[in-house]
Design a protein around this ligand. Structure first.
Ligand code: ADP
Ligand code: MG
Length: 289
């Protein structure tokens, strides 16, 4: 199965760091960063300061968490990355491109390269699992052959091969989130953003969702996950960027970062969090490395 992320952003990626610009703090995976915020401030109409002089860089292939208390600016940062909002000051670059000044007509192209997952799934209630995922390809003009190939392949990856014809209200919360992850990933975007993807889910189901996001990361896609779940973040031993009142107050890897397979990851996480095996997440190892 072809799991390489879309290369469409590559042409924009070759640019080295600009003169006088600081090197990204954590260039673990090499290559140019896929996300860069340079002294970004966001003031909402009405004057609320949501982000204040935020600078960070996330490299291609990284898995990073964005954490912090409610209201600290996490969702604002995500919205800046998909140009749902523009920064008040500073520059937001995705794949080397300043997206704050992107013309309206280029925004759909940006969003095609960024998969998004939200706490409330945002599935179409009157469409089946299959159609919810297929729709994401239809809107970008994919061929029927491509849709027929990619949709089942992606639903297999997320462990939902047996639920293709179910409607969202016939699924558990964890399954619905898997559909929304499949929809976000079916186009193999180089970047996946998840804003509190396990916010409505129980701990066991949440581990399954994190394991799935990790599996997607291991195909080469950069993954940025907003979460409240401190225990999960501490146990995952990945990069953590913490916001507090709109500022970055921490950017580090908790514990020792370990390279591990998706299966090793799942076993370790369940062990450390003291929960049993969730049946849904086993036996869907396509695309693993
Ligand atoms: P988080 O996702 O970390 O909970 P948000 O990024 O949603 O935080 O919000 C950051 C701050 O900006 C909060 O104080 C919130 O009330 C405020 N805020 C968010 N959206 C808007 C908006 N559209 N207009 C005014 N203030 C907003
Ligand atoms: Mg939020």
């Amino acid at each position: 199965m072809a799991m390489a992320p879309s290369l469409r952003f590559r042409s924009r990626m070759g640019r080295g760091k600009r003169q006088g610009q600081e090197a990204p703090r954590r260039p673990r995976r090499g290559g140019a960063p896929i996300i860069e915020l340079d002294d970004v401030t966001k003031v909402y109409p009405g004057g609320h300061l949501a982000l204040e002089r935020v600078s960070l860089a996330i490299n291609r292939g990284e898995f990073a968490f964005l954490v912090g208390p409610t209201g600290c600016g996490k969702s604002t940062l995500i919205k800046l990355l998909i140009r749902e909002l523009a920064p008040t000051e500073g520059e937001v670059r995705v794949a080397g491109r300043d997206i704050g000044s992107l013309p309206e007509k280029k925004i759909p192209q940006l969003r095609r390269n960024i998969g998004t997952v939200f706490q409330d799934f945002k599935l179409l209630p009157n469409r089946t699992v299959y159609d919810n995922v297929a729709y994401a390809l239809q809107v970008i003009g994919a061929s029927r052959t491509e849709i027929r190939e990619k949709v089942p392949e992606t639903l297999r990856l997320v462990g939902l091969s047996t639920k293709l014809h179910n409607y969202p209200d016939q699924l558990s919360g964890g399954e619905q989130q898997r559909v929304s992850i499949a929809r976000a990933f079916v186009n193999h975007p180089p970047l996946l953003l998840a804003d509190e993807p396990s916010g409505n889910l129980d701990p066991v189901t949440s581990i399954g969702i994190m394991q799935l996001l990790y599996r997607i990361n291991r195909t080469g896609t950069t993954v940025l996950v907003v979460t409240h779940d401190r225990e999960m973040v501490d146990k995952m031993q990945r990069r953590v960027i913490e916001l507090f009142e709109g500022r970055v107050v921490r950017d580090e890897v908790t514990g020792g970062y370990t390279e591990e397979s998706t299966t090793e990851f799942g076993v370790r996480m369940r062990g450390e969090m003291g929960v049993g095996v969730e049946g849904q997440t086993n036996g869907h190892e396509a695309g693993e490395r």
